[in-house]
Ligand binder design. Sequence first.
Ligand code: SF4
Ligand code: SF4
Length: 434
Amino acid sequence: MSITLKDIQNNGVVGAGGAGFPTHVKLQAEPEYIIVNAAECEPLLHKDMQLLEFYGDAFIDGLNQVIKITNATSAIIGIKSKHESIIANLQKKITANIKICPMDDFYPAGDEITLIHQTTGRIVEPGQLPISQGCIVQNVETIINIALNKPIVEKFLTIAGEVKNPMTVKVPVGTTFAQVLEYFEITTKNYIIREGGMMMGTVQTNLDAVVTKRTGGLIILPTDHNCAVTYKRYSEPKNTIRIAKAACDQCNFCTELCPRYLLGYPVRPELAMRNIMFSSDDDQRINIGNAFCCECNLCTLFSCPEGLDPAGATFIEKRVAQEQEKWQGLPVKAHPMMPYRKVPTKKLMQRLDVLKYQDKGPLQSIQFNPVFVRIPLLQHIGATAKAVVVVGQHVKKYDLIGEAKTGISANIHASINGTVTVANEKEIVIERRL
Ligand code: SF4
Ligand code: SF4
């Protein structure tokens, strides 16, 4: 069956790897290569590998649909070579226009710019999009969603950390974290939830937060875990600034291991720290190149021997730099030491103190029956969808409840059968019909 851009648009498909960019917009480009992000580099998350193992046929079908829609020459699957059995299975299914690129096991292998460099040898210049190098990047789950050709009303995610049985599950969009975690035995009393990954995720203490089309995982950590303490300490920029002013010895490790710096980008976390140290309130120095930080957090959570927050300092500069004029530097070139400075995932996990957790997340078929779902009308990059249902209306799973606005936006659908109890410009609440 041929799937069209219109089908993808109608189904509300968005990037499931975390970015949430509407897929029908992305696929309007005419790339040379479709690069599949199967690098899955966030410690403890296993969703994409589980999907490749159990939905391999749908994945290859979806990938061929994407190649056809975009007229791409071929697709390259960037996947870590350690996943030998998954690669062997994919080898049996792929057609001549699809190649597999086995990668080392390092972080952040899944960063879009790093992935393109690893799979094609090309470097996307600072401030440019992947299409400037003839590439578009698609995540594994997004490709499977294209093949399944149904409205996106469920999300795969890994639950890991302080839980008895870590696993990957499929959850109706809009289910609260509290309702998800009812199915898990949490092995610590006081905990935080790291949503989306140890490195690039966010801390969520509110159990009323909901699963969206972008949620990739929930990691449960004790509140006194090293990382939980670090996340808390640096959740306030004032702490980042206060500690930077007092303690950075300018050893440069943060920059020397920065994946963007190693690709030749003008990202310099040590300069962000120095700027904080030597700027006064009315003389803020700024390194405009820090606009291209990918927010991988490696410098704070791995590289800095002093436990400082160069990532936070860089984010502060990034927000300001993005408002300033465009980067006009020379074409970039990878650092000659780059191949030697990939941070191995196991080493990273040791530093994060998560080796003690079961590093697995088998796909399990759990039937989640939330009594209600709270579905945000903005689960994507772009404009918020417009509610097209009213309070009291009965809806069925897959019904359209939020219509995409013109431009960059995405449709939203009901994830359960039920009655609408809230419908406003931000969200739709549906209570299950019993
Ligand atoms: S932030 Fe840390 S790693 Fe970076 S220069 Fe300062 S002390 Fe060194
Ligand atoms: S978070 Fe740190 S290591 Fe990562 S890209 Fe930004 S500056 Fe570089």
